[in-house]
Design a protein around this ligand. Structure first.
Ligand code: SF4
Length: 342
């Protein structure tokens, strides 16, 4: 696992690094939309949502996964919680390979990996009172008696900052921010070790977003959670993430410590995303580059470096040879997939 970007057997300072909680190795999730036709000679149509993604997550660490809409972030998150079967690669949780586990073992692991979805309007069952919404995962996993589950629901609703009488109401009686708090309470119920948050702020008003962000940061400390936080917005993850992974067209193109990636991004795509972050009094950074064109289709990714049709630094080699994720010069913990990384 020492080859996996971001994994260091020895932590900075010479201490032995704790074993990772989650190890994702060359994870691939492709969807065959149409099979090859031998009659018409039409080739198979394969949507390459996630390709060869590798990273590790330490206990208590927050990794932000950032990229444009359609880059494969959500597919990756769903594969991690078992909603999509991987086409290739591996997922190890606490050292055990998840993809080859029995159904019973997978169910136990899923109890420890909970997910918060993007849209709190759709992720909560409108027919259940909040008490049942929150205790449903506990019931499904056979955790606690009915009385213990009810007690846990009271604890959880207080933990996310809602009054206890919220338990008797229905999801539609709450605002978007309050619903996301309920979704967080539900995810915390089984005491997970890892929380996967898929754009948890994107359906909320800007004024509410910082409250939910602060709540997640608090809970992460209090519950010793690892967090995989997915966002299309680098500015949002700035205060939360320990490390950042930038995804483009199904692949991680850069991964590294947050401070290094913000200060000295190595990949032209990360550079453009960071330069596009609005600064107070500046609008966009004056030297900011606009990424030209649209994200290519994952049905037919460009050859070589998939970013080359939009990259201001593209050379001939970029059109034919795919760059591998490798450490940036002088920065052993920061990896980028570019032939000309800074
Ligand atoms: Fe740009 Fe080439 Fe680097 Fe790809 S490999 S990001 S096209 S310079």
């Amino acid at each position: 696992m020492n080859d996996v970007p971001g994994f260091a057997a020895v932590a900075p300072g010479g201490l032995k690094a704790p074993p990772p909680l989650l190890e994702v190795e060359q994870l691939t999730v492709h969807f065959t939309l149409a099979k090859k036709s031998f009659l018409t000679q039409r080739p198979a149509s394969v949507l390459q949502a996630v390709s060869d993604v590798s990273f590790v997550l330490a206990p208590g660490e927050t990794l932000a996964l950032v990229g444009e809409s359609g880059c494969g972030k959500t597919t990756l998150a769903r594969a991690l919680v078992g909603l999509y079967p991987p086409t290739g690669g591996g997922i190890r949780f606490k050292g055990a390979e998840v993809t080859t586990m029995s159904t019973a073992e997978k169910k136990r692991v899923r109890c420890e990996i909970q997910m918060i979805f993007q849209d709190p309007y759709e992720s909560l069952n409108p027919r259940l009172p909040v008490s049942d919404v929150i205790t449903e995962p506990l019931r499904i996993h056979g955790l606690g008696t009915r009385r213990e589950r009810a007690e846990r629901a009271r604890e959880l609703i207080a933990q996310v900052g809602l009054p206890v009488d919220a338990l008797n109401r229905y999801p539609h009686q709450f605002s978007g921010g309050q619903r996301q708090r309920i979704a967080i309470a539900r995810a915390l119920g089984p005491k997970p070790a890892l929380m996967v948050s898929d754009e948890p702020l994107s359906a909320l008003d800007v004024s509410i977003q910082s409250q939910i962000l602060n709540l997640l940061a608090d809970l992460r400390e209090r519950e010793h959670l690892s967090l995989l936080f997915i966002s299309h917005d680098l500015a949002v993850v700035h205060h939360l993430a320990d490390r950042i992974a930038v995804m483009y067209l199904g692949r991680i193109v850069e991964i590294g410590p947050r401070t290094d990636l913000y200060a000295t991004p190595s990949h032209p795509y990360s550079q453009a995303l960071i330069e596009a972050i609005p600064r107070i009094g500046q609008g966009r950074r004056s030297r900011g580059r606009v990424i030209r064109g649209d994200l290519p289709s994952p049905l037919a990714p460009p050859p070589g470096c998939a970013f080359h049709p939009r990259c201001p630094k593209a050379q001939d080699i970029c059109r034919s040879e795919a760059p591998v994720l490798a450490a940036a010069p002088g920065r052993p913990l920061q990896f980028a997939a570019c032939h000309f990384k800074d």
